[in-house]
Design a protein around this ligand. Sequence first.
Ligand code: DC
Length: 230
Amino acid sequence: MKKITIAFDGYSSCGKSTMAKELAARVGYTFVDTGAMYRAVTLMALRANLFDGEGKVDEDALRKLLATVTVTQKYNPELGQAETFLNGENVEGEIRNMEVSDRVSIIAALPFVRTEMVRQQQAMGEQGGIVMDGRDIGTTVFPNAEMKIFVTALPQVRAQRRYLELKGKGEDVTIEEVLRNLEERDYIDSHREVSPLRQADDAVVLDNTNLTRAEQSAMLFALYNERIKD
Ligand code: DC
């Protein structure tokens, strides 16, 4: 059967990863969370103390560090999902905290970081049979993807979902902080010079503010079945 490329893009915390992961498992494709790759680079920059007091990053030092880094994702059968590794170390837990979330859009806006991440992402998807989730997948990484989904939901709904997720992991956050972080990231992600977050012309928009997971899965699976026939 034809193996296609499936691109998921959209705003922060609208459940893209969950949907993309579920579809990948259902159709037997590899899932790649590209946000996790930018988060892993951000964690590396934080550990190396590359941010100054105003949140600006030492770009020369980061460029050197980036040359030594590999970010990989490996499927953990016990968890039933992929985990992110930074130079072989499992950093899945650390890359989701607020410290990384607060800085990741700054790192993801740097052209040399994007060039390297996009290169690694294109290499992962060379053979098709991939579901990739991010902000520029349908526009820059795989502009010829056969199936493109642009996911969105009301900011308050997204903040509430993310807040519950962080609380569930024991993080001490308020819903206001989470909402502010989402809105800030969406702003930076949509206004940066290199590959800003935007809907590809041929993407199907999925607003999941009022949709259940089952409804979303059904829509996505139906679309997948249509696209593999084309
Ligand atoms: O999907 P996420 O929230 O884990 O992504 C983290 C950040 O990385 C987000 O603020 C935007 C950025 N990102 C990006 O610029 N390009 C991608 N392909 C994926 C994520």
